[in-house]
Design a protein around this ligand. Structure first.
Ligand code: FAD
Length: 379
């Protein structure tokens, strides 16, 4: 059985690495001809890290990222609403989340993939089934590639999905997000923490990703598809978060204007099926979620591990049905919970009661919930 994988994002690359380890034949096709360095960070939670541990990449990630000992949802003045030290997570898995620059993660993944298995500058256009046993992928340069199985790992706007399930629907959450990486140093109390500060229908999150770099994001309500004038994002954000604790302004100020990126926060209305015939979707292509639980990438990574595991156990079978059975329930509940969390963070009314309830959730309960989330069923 050989695979074509469309997309060299977190999901496609991790799947390639898992296949490489399990001796499964594959080729990845990525539309960009050179590595695109996204100026943002990512939190890799312990479920993602278990997979990277299995792929022998954990030490590289630890070296190039920053471990998180405490996660705090707070008010704009930094006072905690809900505070969760990660000791129990560490005790269970051996590590807590790691915050890392996305470009560093991408480098680690690409450096580990064999060159012959990755083709850059190949923009997938469409597929065609051949005798119900093979699938031919067609690319914008006119070339084609035939394989037994095809994986759409081409992100939320997946071209594979649009052909496979034309009725799939992307949902706008009503929230837009700015992200940046600030070269700055803060007091050592911020070294190993994630803060997410909830203000009046706006929020700001940050954590250190390397010695002198902090990743931050800012979220506000807005109409979809709004753009900022070039070089205006910074002053707009400085105004918006003026009343927040001083480090917020420091982080925004120390980020070059042209490196502040803005995206709407969307997810994918859950699909009934992730596969049809010999074609299957993984990661955001199949189940994009809002980023409120920091789980989109982690779920793409779990997909990669589980699919490779199932395929290596049944080398001559198509395992897509088993794959969906193993993964879909967990993924759908994350999509739902993440959507609700995002809405709750931007409530206009009832925030006093919300904060009161969140503040009284026992640490043991929060840790148990996190441990459930980070447990990979197939391990
Ligand atoms: C604001 C924000 C913050 C987030 N924070 C976190 C976090 O902290 N932790 C976490 O786990 N997740 C987080 N996520 C989610 C995470 O970024 C995504 O879930 C993850 O990137 C999905 O990986 P993927 O490989 O499925 O898709 P993508 O990363 O989108 O990769 C898709 C790849 O396919 C390629 N491609 C697309 N179309 C074609 C085509 N036609 N032909 C060939 N190639 C193609 C693209 O160029 C790209 O390389 C966040 C998301 C957002 C928006």
């Amino acid at each position: 059985m050989n695979y074509s994988i469309i997309g060299a994002g977190i999901g496609g690359l991790t799947l390639g690495l898992a296949f490489q380890k399990d001796g499964i034949d594959f080729k990845i096709f990525e539309r960009f001809s050179e590595r695109k360095r996204i100026g943002a960070g990512i939190w890799l939670s312990p479920n993602a890290l278990q997979v990277y541990d299995h792929l022998n990449l954990l030490e590289h990630i630890k070296e190039r990222g920053n471990s998180i000992d405490r996660i705090t949802i707070g008010r704009p003045d930094l006072s905690p609403i809900m505070d969760n030290p990660q000791d129990q997570i560490k005790a269970k898995f051996g590590y807590s989340a790691i915050a890392i620059h996305r470009a560093e993660l991408q480098d680690i993944l690409i450096e580990s993939i064999s060159n012959t298995n990755l083709e850059l500058g190949k923009s997938f256009e469409s597929f065609q089934l051949i005798d119900n046993s093979k699938v031919e992928s067609k690319f914008s340069d006119g070339s084609t590639f035939t394989s037994d199985l095809l994986i759409g790992a081409d992100g939320i706007h997946s071209t594979v999905r649009k052909q496979l399930f034309p009725n799939s629907r992307i949902r706008y959450s009503g929230q837009t997000c700015w992200r940046g990486v600030s070269k700055t140093t803060l007091d050592s109390e911020f070294d190993h923490r994630v803060y997410e500060l909830w203000g009046n229908q706006i929020r700001f999150g940050f954590s250190r990703i390397s010695k002198n770099e902090y990743y931050w994001f800012a979220v506000a309500l807005d109409e979809p598809d709004q753009k900022d004038d070039l070089n205006k994002s910074k002053s707009k954000l400085l105004d918006m978060f003026d009343s927040f604790y001083s480090v917020v302004n420091q982080l925004i100020s120390n980020t070059p204007d042209d490196l502040i990126i803005r995206n709407d926060i969307n997810d994918l209305k859950p699909l009934n099926k992730w596969y049809k015939n010999n074609i299957c979707l993984i990661g955001d292509a199949g189940h994009a979620t809002t980023p409120n639980m920091g789980q989109g990438g982690a779920q793409a990574i779990e997909d990669a591990y589980c699919l490779s595991l199932l395929q290596s156990k049944s080398p001559n079978e198509c395992v897509f049905e088993q794959f969906q059975k193993l993964r879909q329930h967990k993924v759908n509940s994350i999509v739902k919970q993440s959507w609700t969390t995002g809405k709750m963070a931007h409530w206009k009314y009832g925030t006093g009661l919300r904060n009161f309830i969140l503040g009284r959730l026992p640490e043991k309960y929060l840790s148990r919930k996190m441990i459930d989330l980070y447990t990979i069923n197939a391990f």
